[in-house]
Design a protein around this ligand. Structure first.
Ligand SMILES: Cc1ncc(COP(=O)(O)O)c(C=O)c1O
Length: 401
């Protein structure tokens, strides 16, 4: 059985937990936990304000985090805005860019595969501006294809809002090609990268995406921190959403001016410990190598798929997954009943609609169970999951489901 060299870095895995809920949030390695503790125990001071050592060190680490992240996604420094997470990043674009640039008759193009944090802000913008939300028809497998995208985009399309990886199916969307097509129509592309950044190399310059959003907590980092990448000319053109400390350049009695991006978007005291933790998370991903993470996870996923292929009474909704996600139901068993069985065995899966109701409507189901294989999972975890799946099917059958 292949040894897992990374499991020891994740203290939470020292108990009986079999963690397959990494798409909801990832576990945190010791190096991240230590950096967050270091800030809280030894610095715990605000940034950009104090002249004393602790404040200056915190400021230095905060800005070093921006540099690390900018390099990681191949962005310029002023294009990396810290936010509370993907949801905040996507709302920032919708409110700050969308509300000010869309007009009646304009179209926003998205898909039924999106997470609610991509769809709902743009529904709000559509209602406020008179623009219309349109959906790219999905293939039978539930994929966004270039053909369907090309058929759906038109001269009225001003914004395309699309995930890089779906949080229900785990498919990778052909972002680079879609961005090229969207730009021919003069539309900007907002990419939800929440499920991509921890699995695949992201080069925002090569993708040519206009905006790219992601969360720290899904990429080994702390909660409460995320990133909005935006092309600098677009960020320059956007108004801040929040007004207050640190973002103002000059303040008079009746008016004020604001600093340049990214500072104008980071009003008030930011989650400094989480930013510093995110830097450690990116360093961990870089040191481990996204390719190694991908290769190990793929081998383990293939092992899982091979082990479950003959099990009847499981319905899988994604036949394959680029990011090792498996979404399924036990036949005739509501997902919330099934999840209780797995939880008792300390298997962490997720039940429900995963904040993506429209794809469940598309699949004709109310809810599903979702698991993800990530690089800290072991072959023993997968064996135990498969054993438990078989037991669960039997258990619910005996109960008459
Ligand atoms: C594809 C996708 N987009 C957006 C989000 C929202 O992320 P957060 O809750 O970190 O803001 C998630 C989280 O589940 C997601 O999977």
């Amino acid at each position: 059985m292949k040894q897992n060299p990374w499991k020891k870095d994740f203290p939470q895995l020292n108990n009986q937990l079999h963690y397959f809920d990494s798409a909801a949030t990832s576990l945190k390695p010791t190096s991240v936990i230590e950096q967050v503790n270091y800030y809280n125990q030894q610095l715990s001071s605000n940034i950009n304000r104090g002249m004393y050592y602790e404040s200056q060190k915190a400021t230095e680490l905060y800005e070093e985090a921006r540099e690390t992240i900018a390099k990681f996604i191949h962005a310029d420094l002023n294009e990396v805005v810290f936010t509370r997470g993907t949801t905040s990043s996507l709302n920032m674009v919708a409110r700050s860019f969308g509300l000010n640039h869309l007009h009646p008759g304009d179209e926003i193009l998205t898909s039924e595969l999106e997470h609610h944090s991509s769809i709902l802000p743009w529904q709000y913008v559509a209602h406020k501006t008179g623009a219309k939300l349109q959906y790219i028809p999905l293939s039978d497998e539930g994929k966004v294809t270039l053909e369907s995208f090309e058929a759906a985009i038109n001269d009225k399309t001003k914004v395309v809002v699309i995930n890089h990886v779906s949080n229900v199916m785990g498919y990778v969307t052909p972002i680079k090609e879609m961005v090229a097509i969207a730009h021919e129509y003069g539309a900007i592309v907002v990419v939800d990268g929440a499920q991509a950044i921890q699995h695949i190399e992201v080069d925002v310059k090569s993708l040519d995406a206009d905006f790219y959003a992601f969360s720290g907590h899904k990429m080994l980092g702390p909660t409460g921190i995320g990133v909005l990448y935006g092309k600098s000319d677009l960020l320059d053109d956007m108004e801040p959403l929040e007004y207050g400390g640190d973002m103002a350049l000059d303040v008079m009695k009746q008016q004020f001016s604001w600093k340049e991006s990214p500072t104008k978007f980071e009003a008030g005291t930011m989650p400094i410990a989480s930013v510093i933790g995110l830097k450690a998370a990116v360093e961990y991903l870089q040191n481990t190598g996204i390719d190694n993470i991908h290769e190990y996870s793929k081998n383990l996923y293939d092992y899982f798929i091979d082990k479950i292929k003959d099990i009847k009474d499981i319905e899988f909704y994604n036949k394959s997954s680029d990011t090792f996600m498996f979404t399924f139901n036990l036949k005739n068993v509501p997902s919330h009943d099934a999840i209780s069985y797995f939880s008792e065995k300390h298997i962490a899966l997720r039940a429900g609609q995963h904040c993506a109701k429209l794809i469940h409507d598309f699949l004709g189901i109310h809810s599903s169970l979702r698991g993800t294989i990530y690089f800290y999972n072991t072959y023993e975890d997968v064996d135990f999951l498969v054993e438990t799946l078989i037991e669960a099917i039997d258990y619910f059958k005996k109960l008459g489901f």
